[in-house]
Design a protein around this ligand. Structure first.
Ligand SMILES: Cc1cc2nc3c(=O)[nH]c(=O)nc-3n(C[C@H](O)[C@H](O)[C@H](O)COP(=O)(O)O)c2cc1C
Length: 375
């Protein structure tokens, strides 16, 4: 089965409730509290798997700490011509150029509304143990770059009341010109407008707004994004989307024929670069902006490394696509083992631990040493 068909079959099954559900409660050590929301664990499903909000109830029941639907564009659009997803199984990687195939805001809003009892985690958390639901916003291909802001503002208005958190995606490599919105000037304008729209939502519902960035950034780009994030007071940044890089070690042998396929590379080969951007952004924002680490996470050590580099939450997509639902409990167990090994009682204590200096660093090293020696 080709990759897109396999994906669609998976979604269709989940839509009918044919999927394993997690019945065990998460270990309290894994709980993350952010923006007034409770994430029962930090492992979230990244955007792009459930673009049209068809399968999110089943996905939430699998034990993810959060599920992000989308990207959703204002008007329906078909995305790029097929084939548009390519597997690199021996690299645990994927190249995709879906190009925001989306049924549009109205369809997503209707599906989210019909699942209301499951949507608002804050309300039914005690009942279900489910984590928050994120809504990732995109722009239509035909919307000119100068009007892009309107597409995101529309997204806030159409879907904000259904979301526990919102993500402004300016980092897909598959919509021409989209990533130009990552410049400080564009970002400041975009985020200011989006946050204003969020603050005008009815009934006092104020979902946090996150920005999702690319991994293909220079140090100066990251500096500008940090400045824009701090000045606009955006609530968080997801680091990162897929990469346009084509590493030689991935595309030399068996997959040389895929090197020239346009699209974003995800999975294991993205881990290093996405974690470096995360680390850099944490250093420049110093805990004032919540960071979500995404890119190449496939085991508990990967998730833990993102957390130590500065992520409060982690997301994955490609490893889940390869391994299926069993990856979720495995990741949580492995992450718990990392905490125990290093002597942390709670995951939140490890956030940004790699950035400690001076006495705090010495104390952290000492505690880890004692924990490892079994004290
Ligand atoms: C097939 C596919 C489709 C994706 N679609 C979206 C999308 O619509 N919006 C978005 O923000 N990210 C999208 N992504 C990016 C993922 O959310 C994630 O940022 C990226 O794949 C890195 O994580 P991973 O290495 O765990 O897959 C997509 C990724 C893949 C593989």
């Amino acid at each position: 089965m080709d990759a897109e068909t396999a994906h669609n079959v998976g979604i269709a099954l989940m839509e009918r409730g044919i999927a394993p559900a997690e019945s065990r409660r998460d270990d309290p050590a894994l709980r993350v509290e952010r923006w007034g929301l409770t994430f029962p664990n930090p492992i979230g499903l990244a955007a792009g798997f459930d673009k049209d909000a068809r399968a999110f109830p089943a996905l939430r029941a699998m034990g993810f700490g959060s599920v992000e639907i989308g990207s959703v564009t204002p008007r329906p659009q078909p995305g790029n011509a097929k084939p548009r997803v390519f597997r690199l199984p021996n690299e645990r990687a994927v190249v995709n150029r879906y190009g925001f195939n989306s049924e549009g805001h109205d369809a997503a809003a209707a599906r989210l509304a019909s699942n209301v009892p499951q949507v608002h985690a804050a309300v039914d958390r005690d009942l279900t143990g489910y984590g928050p639901l994120g809504v990732n916003l995109g722009k239509n291909k035909t919307t000119p770059e100068d009007d892009a802001v309107e597409d995101y503002v529309e997204g806030v208005r159409a879907l904000g009341r259904r979301a526990d958190y919102l993500v402004v995606n300016v980092s897909s490599p598959n919509t021409p010109g989209l990533r130009n919105l990552q410049s400080k000037r564009h970002l400041t304008r975009l985020l200011t407008r989006v946050l204003r729209a969020r603050d005008a939502l009815p009934d006092g519902h104020r979902p946090p707004v996150l920005l999702k960035i690319a991994p293909d950034l220079t140090e100066d780009d990251v500096k500008q994004i940090a400045a824009a994030a701090l000045s606009t007071r955006v609530d968080g940044v997801v680091v990162s989307n897929t990469t346009v890089a084509r590493p030689d070690d991935v595309f030399d042998g068996e997959y040389a024929h895929l090197r020239d396929e346009a699209g974003g590379l995800s999975g294991a080969p993205l881990f290093e670069s996405s974690t470096e951007v995360l680390r850099e952004l944490y250093a420049r924002t110093r805990g004032k902006v919540t960071l979500v680490g995404c890119g190449g996470v496939s085991d508990g050590e990967d998730a833990y490394e993102k957390i130590r580099a500065g992520a409060s939450l982690v997301q994955l997509y490609t490893a889940f696509a390869y391994e299926g639902p069993a990856i979720v409990p495995r990741l949580k167990e492995e992450l718990k083992a990392c905490l125990e090994r290093d002597g942390y009682d709670f995951i939140e204590e490890a956030v940004g631990a790699d950035h400690l200096t001076g006495k705090a660093k010495a104390a952290d090293e000492e505690r880890r040493k004692h924990a490892r020696s079994g004290w």
